[in-house]
Design a protein around this ligand. Structure first.
Ligand SMILES: [Zn+2]
Length: 285
């Protein structure tokens, strides 16, 4: 079975064929089964069970899709959360079944809040396709919600894994190295470049493992593994506090949260955690 990071899964039926039919979307907003996502302080509101809260339709600005046959909408959210840590605090409480819906709603509303004007001619643009694009009547350009690809990868050398620390991590945490894919670059090239820049290692055999939408605000994390050709590190201290090789036993103890573990692992909702779990499972198999 391929690993399933948090934020992956079915989510809503995105019902793309309906997006080009504004009259039909208006009908759906009046459907007795239609519901609108509830927000609190710039974040989707959760109930006591960690499920997203839905209310009666009041401001159906964006059509999120269908839950079976029941239409789901959200308003435009005027504010982003004051602190992204508030969003991270929500994630451990969130039911994984609702996580892909939260990812879509958060990314989409963030994008609209930041993209009122046409990037081509500067005129105000308008929401079309149920909220899944914006069109400029000034120049005719159509703009789509942005998704920023990020590679996140485990490099392996002789049974050990390379993990690093970013300066903002809590004490003791080590995680997979990561970086944005640049324009004109393949996933494989981005993995090789980032590991070279941040840790000074050359790699081969870059392999895709799994991906994860990361709506802070609009990343797509692309999880990979790679084989390091050498274990000598030259760490970019402007990006990382530290990077080290960890043995299989050290990774195993960290994921088991053993009190004497060599490091604190990434949280369960991070794809880095999924990559580590997947690596351990493959080693056992
Ligand atoms: Zn324009």
């Amino acid at each position: 079975m391929p690993p399933e990071p948090f934020f992956s899964g079915g989510g809503l039926d995105r019902a793309d064929l309906l997006r080009g039919q504004p009259e039909r979307i208006a009908e759906l907003a009046n459907d007795p089964a239609a519901r609108e996502l509830q927000w609190l302080d710039g974040l989707p509101a959760l109930d006591g069970q960690g499920r997203l809260q839905w209310g009666m339709v009041d401001d159906p600005a964006l059509f999120l899709g269908l839950d079976t046959c029941a239409p789901r909408f959200t308003s435009l959210v005027p504010q982003s959360p004051a602190d992204v840590r508030a969003a991270f605090a929500l994630l451990p409480l969130l039911d994984p079944h609702d996580a892909p819906i939260l990812a879509a709603a958060l990314s989409l509303t963030n994008w609209h809040r930041r993209h009122h004007f046409c990037a081509n001619c500067g005129q105000p643009s308008m929401i079309v396709r149920g909220g899944w694009s914006r069109r400029c009547d000034g120049c005719g350009a159509e703009h789509f919600p942005r998704v920023d690809p990020v590679v996140i990868m485990l490099a392996e050398h002789a049974g050990r894994l390379l993990l690093g620390r970013q300066p903002h991590y809590p004490p003791g945490r080590y995680s997979a190295l990561a970086g944005f894919v640049e324009a004109g670059e393949t996933i494989e090239a981005a993995v090789s470049r980032e590991l070279g820049e941040e840790a000074g290692i050359a790699v081969a055999d870059v392999t895709y493992v799994a991906s994860q939408p990361w709506p802070f605000p609009s990343s797509l994390m692309i999880g990979c593994t790679a084989r390091a050709l050498d274990d000598a590190l030259t760490i970019d201290m402007t990006e990382l506090d530290d990077a080290r090789w960890f043995t299989r036993d050290e990774v195993k103890a960290a994921l088991a949260e053993a009190p004497d573990a060599a490091f604190l692992p990434p949280p369960p909702y991070a794809i880095a955690r999924t990559l580590l779990e997947n690596w351990l499972a493959l080693e056992v198999g």
